[in-house]
Design a binder for this molecule. Structure first.
Ligand code: NAP
Ligand code: MG
Length: 400
């Protein structure tokens, strides 16, 4: 059989621990036999990050800016224990944080659905994708414990020294205050990423904030989204037959629960943090959550939402069999290959990505899955180790 041709390389970001093991096996068993794979390889494994003083992470992000599509394996974010374990020169920053800062992107998370693993919400039939703004608000706040009576103010000092003051509260006793900010630039990047992603997957985009209460702060988010939609995206949305829709977050929550899914829900930083955990849990399993970072200029980095599955890796190192779920990592590859196929106009590559996803789902729906899913599955199920599960997917793939 002739292998499927590629034109532009994918930026391949290898990673750590159990997911690094799965990475190799997924390529070997499910991609290399079918695709004449072209990648520009960056080893983001912690050892190599340390050897390069983390330059490799920066290089891989810059390569993503250059080529447009990356696929990333889960990586260790070092803490004190990891510094010791890997004898690191220093506690390197989170690779995802570094890449996100260079791409200035927004993270979109969506569950992979299979028949037999039902969402806790009965009406949900299609995935709900959460787009979380990843800058500012309460995550970059300044807090103050008010010790007693006194006046709290917001003071803004312009470069020429002009001060603008607003009273927050005249305290007559102890309390707390908090200062938060965001920038028009960051909000606009968030909006561009959301509009571009919605067009790329042809799904409606919902956006919600608490603008009825936060009449300046949250309202600014609402206005920036509305302005950019009108001036840059409305025609494309209409042509694609999709909708942009803003609503108050209270209303959005009620609508999400009553919906059948199949849309993107954009949220401010804190709302996105909380709602993505709620939606992910209600859909079933972290091992089935995919994630893609989209830059405002339309560059894409695909990955699994979970980490390096350390506990399984330590068992693997002891020679024990593990049943680590590769689905989200397979979907990182299919997402990246499909996007590369779209950009390079390679319909065979897109069709292969579709087929590999179909084979993955069909294998699970035939009752073969990793052990984490057996617990959630409503039918007869066999729990396989990772290798046997990947082989089963390859077998299904060959019948499609
Ligand atoms: P984790 O790797 O997501 O694993 C947490 C637990 O969830 C696992 O122990 C396992 O539970 C279950 N799990 C997660 N993915 C699974 C899969 N594919 N198949 C089966 N079970 C799965 O999170 P963590 O243990 O908190 O973090 C480990 C390392 O990953 C850390 O060094 C962290 O820095 C890194 N991390 C990286 C990323 C990223 O690169 N995007 C994201 C998060 C964390 P059981 O052990 O009960 O089976
Ligand atoms: Mg959270």
């Amino acid at each position: 059989m002739e292998k499927i041709r590629m034109i532009t390389p994918l930026v391949e970001m290898d990673g750590d621990e159990m997911t690094r093991i799965l990475w190799q096996k997924i390529k070997e068993k499910l991609i290399l036999p079918y695709v004449d794979l072209k990648t520009e390889y960056y080893d983001l494994g912690l050892k190599h990050r340390d050897e390069t003083n983390d330059q490799v992470t920066v290089d891989s992000a810059n390569a993503t800016l250059k080529y447009g599509v990356a696929v990333k394996c889960a990586t260790i974010t070092p803490n004190a224990q990891r510094v010791e374990e890997y004898n690191l020169k220093q506690m390197w920053k989170s690779p995802n944080g570094t890449i996100r800062a260079i791409l200035d992107g927004t993270v979109f998370r969506a569950p992979v659905l299979v028949n037999g693993v039902s969402p806790s919400v009965r009406t949900w039939k299609l995935p709900i994708t959460i787009a979380r703004h990843a800058y500012g608000d309460v995550y970059k706040n300044t807090e103050y414990r008010v010790p007693g009576a006194g006046k709290a103010e917001i003071v803004f000092t312009a470069p020429d020294g002009t001060e603008t003051r607003q009273t927050i509260m005249n305290f007559d006793g102890e309390g707390v205050i908090q200062g938060q900010h965001n920038t028009d630039k960051s909000i606009a990047s968030f909006a561009h990423s959301c509009f571009k992603y919605a067009l790329s997957v042809r799904q409606d985009l919902w956006f919600s904030t608490k603008d009825t209460i936060s009449k300046t702060y949250d309202h600014r988010f609402k206005d920036i989204f509305a302005e950019l939609y009108e001036s840059e995206y409305k025609a494309a949305f209409e042509a694609a037959g999709i909708e942009y829709f803003y609503t108050l977050i209270d209303d959005a929550v009620a609508r999400v629960i009553r919906s059948k899914g199949g849309f993107i829900w954009a949220l401010k930083n804190y709302d996105g943090d909380v709602m993505s955990d709620m939606v992910a849990t209600a859909f079933g399993s972290l091992a089935m959550m995919t994630s893609v970072l989209v830059s405002p200029n339309g560059q894409y980095e695909y990955e699994a939402a979970h980490g390096t599955v350390t506990r399984h890796y330590y068992r693997y190192l002891k020679g024990e069999e593990t049943s680590t779920n590769p689905v989200a990592t397979i979907y990182a590859w299919t997402g990246a290959l499909r996007k590369r196929g779209e950009l390079d106009q390679l319909p065979d590559l897109c069709a292969f990505a579709d087929k590999l996803e179909k084979a993955t789902i069909a294998t699970i729906e035939s009752g073969k899955m990793t052990k984490d899913l057996v617990a959630l599955y409503e039918g007869e199920a066999t729990g396989l180790n990772s290798d046997d599960f990947l082989d089963a997917i390859a077998q299904t793939l060959n019948t499609l």
